[in-house]
Every structure is written in C-alpha cells, then in structure tokens.
Design a protein around this ligand. Sequence first.
Ligand SMILES: Nc1ncnc2c1ncn2[C@@H]1O[C@H](COP(=O)(O)OP(=O)(O)OP(=O)(O)O)[C@@H](O)[C@H]1O
Length: 242
Amino acid sequence: MASIALRDVCVEFPIYNAAGRSLRRGLLRTVGGGLDGADAGVVRVQALRNVDLALAPGDRLALVGHNGAGKSTLLRVLSGAYEPSSGEAAITGRVASLLDITLGMDEDLTGRENIALRAAFAGLTRRELAERMDEIAEFCELGAFLDLPMRTYSSGMALRVAFAVSTALTPDILLIDELIAVGDAGFAAKARARIESLMDRTAILVLASHSAEILESYCNKAIRMEGGRVVAAGTVREVVGG
Ligand SMILES: Nc1ncnc2c1ncn2[C@@H]1O[C@H](COP(=O)(O)OP(=O)(O)OP(=O)(O)O)[C@@H](O)[C@H]1O
C-alpha cells in the first residue's frame, strides 16, 4: 500500500566557496530557505527543517509557499532524488515525478531510445514497455522524428517525449511541481487531460503550485512552507487562504 512517512527531515546544502562577506550578506537577504553560517568558509542553506509528514491512499496534498520556501526540495525528497541530511523518509509505492522531466535525456539517442531508457529508470519491465510503446509514441505525435536523434528536436518536441513517457505508467504516488503547459495549444489540452486522468488513478498526489484555483480543484489537504519549515496544515481553503 502506498504511504509516505517523513520524520524530522532536514535537508541542507553546504556551499563551500561562500566565504566572502558580501556574498554571505547577499545570501542572508535571499527570499527563502534559511542559512546557518557557523563553519568558517561554509554557508549551509537549510532547505528543509524538521519536516514531519504522513500521507496515505486518498490523500491529495497541496504544497504552498513563497519562492525558496522548500517545496521543490520536499518533492525531491519524496521522489528519492535527495536523501535527508538528518531524519527519516520512508516512501512505499511506485513514484512518478513530473519534476525536471527532460533531465537525463540523451541527445544522441533517438526519441524512442530515450523512452526505453526513461521507462527502465521508472521501473517498467521490458514487457510493460513493449505494451505501452505504441501508445507513448502515438501520444508524442512526432511521426518519423521519433527515430531520429533528439538533438534534431525543438525543445517543445523533447518535452513531448519526456512528458509522454513520464505519464505512461500509473504510479502509487504522483509528484507534480506546477502544472505547466506542455507544447502548443492542442497538445497542452491533451497533456492536461492525461495528467488529470493520472491524478485520478494515483493513490497519493503531492502537488506544488502557486495557483489557489489549481490546488482547490485537485487537492483535499494542504501544508504551507516557509523557510524550509511546515508552518501550517489543514484544508486547502484554510491553508491557501491563510
Ligand atoms: N541545490 C541547491 N543548492 C543550494 N541551495 C539550494 C539548492 N536547492 C535549493 N536550494 C535552496 O533551498 C531553499 C528551498 O528551495 P526550493 O527550490 O525547495 O524552494 P521552492 O519552494 O520550490 O521555491 P519555488 O517556488 O521558487 O520553486 C532555497 O533557499 C534555495 O535557495
């Protein structure tokens, strides 16, 4: 069964070449996170501080907070991309994350080869991939381009491939950092429908967004982050409005 349990999770990024006073002062004025400059020459950005979170099937969590509050860092901990610097993160279930979706695509491989590579990373078996390849290829609407190296693609074409494969499998846990429009108007409508269907089918959804309207339509609970901490939790209306 899908579940997320974070206990006292902290994530910090040590920055080793930030000894200069002006840089340090500059960093201290930044919008989010938190800084601990205790060690000589090392500034530590505290991206998450003592975060506790428990989610079960049926939970659709909205992540709210200003730029730099820690939302993306939290999503990356949930995706397994970041290990907590301290505390514990226990994530059970197959995770699909729509974060940095084009990251790791190899420009020298064809779109089809990149799909196979990404599918393998996402945990699809060869058989699952074989069953889904035609549908993924069709969804991209790239015709013969799918068998050309991705360096011949426009950025929108690369995004179509990344999006199609990232959304090809029903996950237990779905992580989304802003619902971005993918491609031109026609493709964007098709992409939104595909994400909505995925959101309906996943057991747990975590969605970070700056849009109250989007969060209210898709989520049933919310947390607000500030300086890497969870500062409020409740219904979407309470947290987004507060
Ligand atoms: N790789 C990194 N190295 C150093 N600091 C980082 C790194 N990633 C994030 N941070 C810092 O951690 C803090 C939280 O950043 P994060 O990206 O999680 O915020 P966010 O809430 O997602 O913001 P946004 O709404 O702008 O996407 C910020 O202060 C940011 O500068």
